[in-house]
Design a protein around this ligand. Structure first.
Ligand SMILES: [Zn+2]
Length: 354
């Protein structure tokens, strides 16, 4: 199989520094597992060299040596060298030595192409050949509390990463007992009546992010910490947990009481809970709109138990599933007619977030 080398796709020097020797090398004998990742919440339409270059830019800005994945595969089925076969990755804390990794460049509920899956599988087969063992097949979320690699790729990993003729389940969210709501709940915990972890919302989430930044664990925030708990919060929190000496499941990026106390000095309580965030305006919640408020709304609906129309986790693009979940919430308020049309106004927003 052909892997487009770092030189061929135009990688910058390691650490953006010609004198850098790059990440440490890892003997193949130490590799025991194989991780599959996706790009994140936003679908990706392009293919080609721009794919590894964009990841490189992002990872360099996070202070990493370069692309953190061992390989990247685009939707055309091209494979790009990241850390390659021999270097330590930066893709899943605690698994960067034992785990080789591939990022398939899709996002959100985007469907991976057969070409991308075939290439990713071929990389896995070659990895097994080179290491002389059957590497454990894992999705990123098996190593840390994250939605990565998304429902579709995770279903593919769990199906054994079939190379050919794989038909993604029409309802990948349904593959998880309880649906999307249960999926989000796996990555959350409640302490003193406040939710922490993926999808949690509120001023207390912002406070955690700001405290992480103050203590020097803000490397994963591309934008500042905010009121919606994202993968960046999880990664920063996991780094903080490791600094306390936790490892494995204890450093999964979901707060526990002890680490939260260590971070904040005391535990916030639900009685101090902030009021609803300001309503961003009706124009954000219309067909054709794609923005962070839609994600925030969707995650809050799931939290409140109104996520049953999501077949995959809520995302930034306004969809009929968003409208139907909002409508269910509005009907539960005893509203009808135009008040329950599925489009949120200020009162829907206020009730959702308080
Ligand atoms: Zn990942």
């Amino acid at each position: 199989m052909t892997i487009i080398s770092r030189a061929a796709w135009g990688a910058k020097p390691w650490d953006n520094d010609p004198a850098s020797k790059g990440p440490a090398t890892v003997p193949l004998a130490e590799r025991t597992e194989w991780f599959v990742h996706y790009d994140g919440a936003t679908p990706i339409t392009r293919t080609g060299y721009a794919i590894p270059r964009a990841i490189e830019a992002q990872h360099l800005s996070q202070g990493w040596a370069s692309v953190g994945y061992n390989f990247v595969v685009d939707q055309a089925g091209n494979a790009y060298e990241g850390r390659g076969w021999s270097r330590q990755g930066a893709h899943c804390p605690g698994h960067n030595v034992s785990g080789l990794s591939v990022q398939i460049a899709i996002g959100g509920d985007q469907e991976p192409t057969a070409a991308a899956l075939a290439t990713a599988r071929a990389l896995y087969d070659e990895a097994c050949q080179r290491t002389g063992r059957t590497l454990a097949k894992r999705g990123h979320r098996d190593g840390i509390a994250t939605l990565c690699p998304g429902s579709r790729l995770y279903a593919w990993v769990q199906a054994g990463m079939p190379a050919q003729g794989y038909t993604p389940a029409p309802d990948p969210g349904g593959a998880i007992p309880g649906g999307a709501g249960a999926e989000v709940a796996r990555y959350q915990t409640t302490i003193n009546g406040l939710a922490y972890g993926y999808g949690a919302t509120g001023a207390h989430v912002t406070a955690v992010g700001e405290a992480l930044v103050r203590k020097g664990f803000g490397a994963h925030y591309a934008v500042g910490p905010g009121p919606v708990w994202t993968d960046a919060d999880t990664l920063c929190y996991a780094a903080f947990q490791r600094s306390l000496g936790y490892s494995g499941a204890d450093a999964d990026g979901v707060p526990g009481e002890a680490s939260l106390r260590a971070l904040l000095g005391s535990l916030p309580s639900a009685t101090a809970k902030a009021t609803a965030p300001p309503f961003p305006g009706r124009r954000h919640f219309q067909p054709g709109q794609s923005n962070a408020y839609v994600t925030q709304l969707g995650q809050r609906l799931v939290q409140k138990g109104y996520g049953r129309h999501y077949t995959v986790g809520p995302g930034p693009k306004w969809a009929e599933s968003d409208r139907r979940n909002v409508e269910a919430f509005q009907r539960a308020q005893g509203w009808s007619g135009a008040d329950a049309d599925g489009y949120p106004g200020p009162e829907t927003w206020r009730r959702l977030f308080t």
